[in-house]
Design a binder for this molecule. Sequence first.
Ligand code: ADP
Ligand code: MG
Length: 382
Amino acid sequence: MREIIANSFVEIFSQEPLLAFAPGRINLIGEHTDYQEGFVFPAAVAQGIHFAIQKNNSKSARIHSLDFNEDFVFDVKSFSPKKGHWANYIMGMVSQFKQAGYEVAGFDMVFGGNIPVGSGLSSSAALSVGVGTAISGLFDFNIPKKSLALYAQKSEQLFEGLNCGIMDPYASAFGKADHALLLDCRSNSHEEVPISLGPYCLLLVNTKVKHKLADSAYNKRRSACEESVEILSHTFPDIKTLRDISETDLPKVKSILSIELFSKAKHVILEDVRVHQAGESLRRGELVKFGKLMKASHESLSKDYEVSCKELDFLAEESWKKSYVLGSRMMGGGFGGCTINLLENEYIPEFKESIAKSYFDAFNIEPEFIEVKPSDGARIVK
Ligand code: ADP
Ligand code: MG
């Protein structure tokens, strides 16, 4: 893949490029906790986007997307968002760099990769972080990874109008082979946790659905959490977000909030607890325990937080029935996308065959299987 990108750069622009790479990400556990300044547990994966870039001594950025087979040119001194277009993620990053005082001059770029778009591996974060890494390397800006992650988040918020969290670009920037990142979404700092899966592996199953409800439900859940914090702050004056409520406070919280708000708050509060328990389990190599936490996370997201859907529930429930599966849960915001599954390597073919058949029988859709492995984060390759 890297060679294809480098070769097509030479073919189009007739000069030698600098090469960069940025990966997609998974999230082991910790869903809908980020916007309450809680904890998440992502890892970068091997799938990602490759970039070939070089200065062109002009004030234009000339870009070729290999995957979309499309060119885009913009003036680095003056440009505006083009909603829904891939070039937005690039212009958004250039805009962030400029705001931070970095002088971005004209450049040529070819890029392409192997992250399935929109299936929950965060191809958009890989694109943003990769562009940032490539430009920072090209112009010797030496921008720290955390700044790249924050620029990528801001870029997507401003240029795509998406109220996204820090997790995706952070994981793409900081990923480390055979490790996951226990990320604190308040301090934006992380602990690396070694992941040793032995005879087990992580496999995503893509439902191939994306229900329309997703965006409005996401905003509603965010508001519900904020409303709970507002109500609870009369009794717990020191809290800023639900992250500040401990598990032992739950009975009190239950007596204060409506049933509806309580079930939402409970998910966020206990999901934070599960992230820490998962970190501890993986440090100790207790995969069975980790698998149980995955299941508990799914049940909470489905029943209490109500962001699952029948396809995700079906895949998780089918997987739980199998003795060689240690854990399965929906991954990402919900209402579609993938489940993440922890299962024994040697049963992968059997799992795929059985799940593909039962899922097709139930929904008339061929699911997609994506093998993932905790891998290194964004980097300059050469
Ligand atoms: P995801 O969940 O994969 O991040 P998004 O909808 O957030 O999905 O972002 C997908 C968008 O990112 C695509 O529509 C495209 O604009 C851009 N993108 C991602 N990967 C590529 C790629 N390989 N080439 C060009 N654009 C890409
Ligand atoms: Mg995205």
